[in-house]
Ligand binder design. Sequence first.
Ligand code: G4P
Length: 530
Amino acid sequence: MASLKEEISRRRTFAIISHPDAGKTTLTEKFLLYGGAIAQAGAVKGKKNSRAAVSDWMEIEKQRGISVTSSVMQFQYEGFCINILDTPGHQDFSEDTYRTLMAADSAVMVIDGSKGVEAQTRKLFKVCAMRHIPIFTFINKMDREARDTFELLDDIEKELGIATCPVNWPIGSGKAFKGVYDRAKKEVELFSDTKKGTAMGEVQMVPIDAPETEKLIGADAKKILADEIELLDGASAEFDQELVDKGQLSPVFFGSALTNFGVETFLKHFLKMTTSPLPRMSDKGEIDPMEEKDFSAFVFKIQANMNKAHRDRIAFMRICSGEFEAGMNVYHVQGGKEIRLSQPQQMMASERKMITKAYGGDIIGVFDPGIFSIGDTLTTSKEKFAYEGIPTFAPEHFARVRQVDTMKRKQFVKGINQIAQEGAIQIFQEYNTGMEEIIVGVVGVLQFDVLKYRLNNEYNVEIRLENLPYEYIRWIENEDVDMDHLSGTSDMKKIKDLKDRPLLLFAHEWSIRMTEERNKGLILSEFGRS
Ligand code: G4P
């Protein structure tokens, strides 16, 4: 029997971040194939579903009783126990996507080689950077015409502000793609696209100096490679594990997820370079999973059941220390009482399965009778503590909510508050008026539909949403700001949250800077304290 320490130290819990279509689903699927978790390609959860129209999405939600977007996938590979956190990408991009990153110890950033850094990658990267977790880069689709490699790296460094260190280097791209050059081993991994749907890709390595290499990749490609490597050795950062650990240097790999090329090489390196479950900050100081024996976890996501007959919810928690056993009693710190964690489950591709045991680093979903909030701590430790809260992330779409039948005020307030507690939407009020006018903010527009649908279905309340032209929200960090004399821009709106904290909405990004300049000392933040 492995000890608790051994169980935890073999865990690797990470999120894959990318812009839609960069190949996240394809890469995840290949990882699962290597782990033997699925038998064939094409088995991973609703890639197509997530692109479905809104009405279909509602149907899917209802049928499954759980979001198609809520997967955490666990598999074993070479002694490691791997938890992949899915960060939903298409229309279902939401605040949950950001919050999921709070449960990860590192991130894999998938970039389309023909596109470089794209909008959604940038947003997700910011959250990872805020946490200083290690970030690994997989530049995908090298079997298609890609941008110049130096340009791609430059793009990452300039756009994201992280140094890069290529572990391997592509030899051509598209039709001329010959493989990748391993800089440490000085070997070429030859490209083969014959293993598309299979579990094992083909790994064929030849030393760069071997006589046959020139024949295999072509004299021109070999010459270009030699020139590029010389340039690279002179210019790029050296690999430094310490900088990787701090999230200041991203190891970069090239490959093609679709053809299963470079995926296992990446997985092997990544597992060696990434971290086991990290310590987390609490109000009692840092809790290190390697030292703390008691169970502790925090809730990072709450999933409502879309089935009207069952208004229960599932709370997803990240176990930070100790061992979890089904049915165990734990102390719910924010609720101030002991509770039993029942019906624990884990996600595997599209299925949920019941589990009996889990360890620090793992993610579990438990039945929530409506008592949990995002950020809550659970623990069996005698010395109670609470993990640092999860920040509130900036919504990008805002709408004023109008109730069609004003007689149903009570249901409306109850419903909207409960949905906000789950973290699907954020609610605000006009700065100078009372509760009458409610403004909702969402990260992804689909949440507007979810709100409407759920209020109607679960609370029997009909609403109309009137879109507002704002796209940026900023929390005011200063404790004592004189809101009445704040000198803003014409596209700025003052609002407050339910705790009466003032916030600002802007239609244009440049107005944020201008407002900061006009009000010396004003500190505006993209992340709200919970
Ligand atoms: P996502 O989860 O990041 O949104 O991306 P996904 O894996 O769904 O991939 C998006 C599209 O890119 C898919 O094509 C997929 O087959 C393709 N793709 C992924 N990796 C590679 C790669 O390494 N090389 C090439 N050439 N294509 C790749 P699709 O036509 O949209 O979907 P499908 O019909 O193939 O499933």
